[in-house]
Design a protein around this ligand. Structure first.
Ligand code: HEM
Length: 225
């Protein structure tokens, strides 16, 4: 659905099988750092009555959706600031803008391009009937560039009203880690703003081949401290 299954899929499946094997390993829980959050969260889930497999699946839900998404939002964010130095100057001058800047980075770049939902019962959306039992693809990136919702949607504007963007999804399955991601990005960009006067792009960014997450293979930059 999201790309040519012949090239990227086999290597992705290989990575996933390694993750699966790690999680299935009976010695895995014992090998976790005793004071770490992974150990604590898994043990609490088991104490709360989850089967081991379910508790470990919860752990996978913290590993799989958390890393590349945040990396994508941060690296594209740096790219946007390199391309719009006025926005970086604004952020450096007024740190109360950092939180909204993070939302704007997630809106404009939308790390997760799209996901799908199962249609449990027939419903009409925008004049289109979605039949029961079908699957509907939600293209978050398109929603986030909807000019009916966001004025001049392709522009990177850290002061715009970002309310209602779909970068973290929507509804009961909206991103579970959004608060952590926001906190990480806010702290990081504040720390960068303390030290970096400007980012200078020194070459063309190279997008990575990834069927579900926008990511960069390379971003040639010079950093002026
Ligand atoms: C900037 C970073 C991130 C972005 C853009 C992002 C985006 C998303 C999106 C679009 C969804 C699907 C929402 C939907 O179906 O409506 C999602 C789900 C999810 N995310 Fe994130 N995410 C980020 C970071 C994280 C982090 C750091 C974690 C965990 C620590 C995380 C854990 C999850 C989980 C567990 C789900 C599934 C929720 C469910 O199906 O009920 N995400 N995320």
């Amino acid at each position: 659905m999201m790309g040519d299954p012949r090239d990227r899929l086999p290597s992705a499946v290989k990575n996933l099988s390694e993750l699966r094997a790690f999680l299935d390993d009976p010695g895995m829980l014992a090998a976790l750092s005793p004071d770490g959050w992974a150990n604590r969260a898994t043990k609490l889930a088991i104490e709360a009555g989850f089967e081991r497999d379910r508790a470990v699946s919860l752990m996978r839900d913290y590993i799989a959706p958390s890393l590349d998404t945040t990396i994508s939002a941060i690296s594209y964010g740096v790219m946007r600031f390199a391309q719009a130095p006025d926005q970086w100057a604004k952020l450096r001058a007024d740190r109360s803008l950092t939180k909204n800047a993070v939302e704007e980075m997630v809106r404009l770049n939308t790390p997760i391009k799209s996901l799908s939902r199962y249609v449990a019962s027939e419903v009409e959306v925008g004049g289109v009937v979605l039949p029961e039992g079908s699957r509907v693809m939600m293209v978050f990136g398109a929603a986030n560039r909807d000019s009916a919702r966001f004025e001049n949607p392709d522009a990177f504007d850290i002061e715009r009203n970002t309310k209602g963007h779909m970068g973290f999804g929507h509804g009961v399955h909206a991103c579970l880690g959004m608060h952590l991601a926001r906190l990480e990005m806010t702290l990081l960009f504040d720390a960068l703003a303390d030290r970096i006067e400007r980012f200078e792009q020194t070459g063309e960014p190279v997008p990575a081949a990834n069927s579900s997450i926008y990511s960069l293979e390379r971003l040639p930059l010079r950093v002026h401290v």
